[in-house]
Write a protein that binds this ligand. Structure first.
Ligand code: ZN
Ligand code: ZN
Length: 137
């Protein structure tokens, strides 16, 4: 009996190849793409914040391939994933200092703090700041 292996057409050169893992590339193209990735990676290492067209021009790697790297999450594209952690819970956010939940929570907290301060003021005893001048009229 012949062992049935999954065959696929390489998404790059169109050649029929035996699929191993999730790759949609034939071994040859996979090798080329790995090399291209190293080039892009090296370029971005020295020139962070470069645009796709710049990188493509400097590394001779097609923009389509670079976009693929971005889609695969191998390269981070600022406009698609400009997130940073929320100061309070660490959840990724795209604007401000806190995520929406923490913002709502913080608002509640600051309202409570204000109310507590007011309550304290009401409870505290009062006195006149300046001493009364004695004796003189
Ligand atoms: Zn191929
Ligand atoms: Zn948060």
């Amino acid at each position: 009996m012949i062992e049935l292996k999954e065959l696929a057409y390489c998404s790059r050169c169109g050649k029929l190849f035996v699929k191993t893992g999730n790759s949609t590339l034939c071994p040859d193209c996979q090798k080329i793409e790995d090399e291209e990735f190293s080039k892009v990676e090296a370029y971005l290492w020295e020139h962070p914040n470069s645009s796709i067209s710049e990188v493509s021009e400097k590394t001779d790697v097609k923009e389509k391939i670079i976009l693929k790297f971005i889609r695969e999450g191998r390269i981070v594209n600022k406009s698609s994933t400009s997130t940073y952690p929320c100061k309070r819970c660490g959840k990724p956010i795209t604007h401000g200092e806190y995520c929406d939940e923490c913002l709502a929570e913080l608002r509640k907290e600051s309202l409570r703090a204000k109310k507590e301060l007011m309550d304290k003021v009401k409870r505290d005893r009062m006195y006149i700041k300046y001493e009364k001048k004695k004796g003189k009229k």
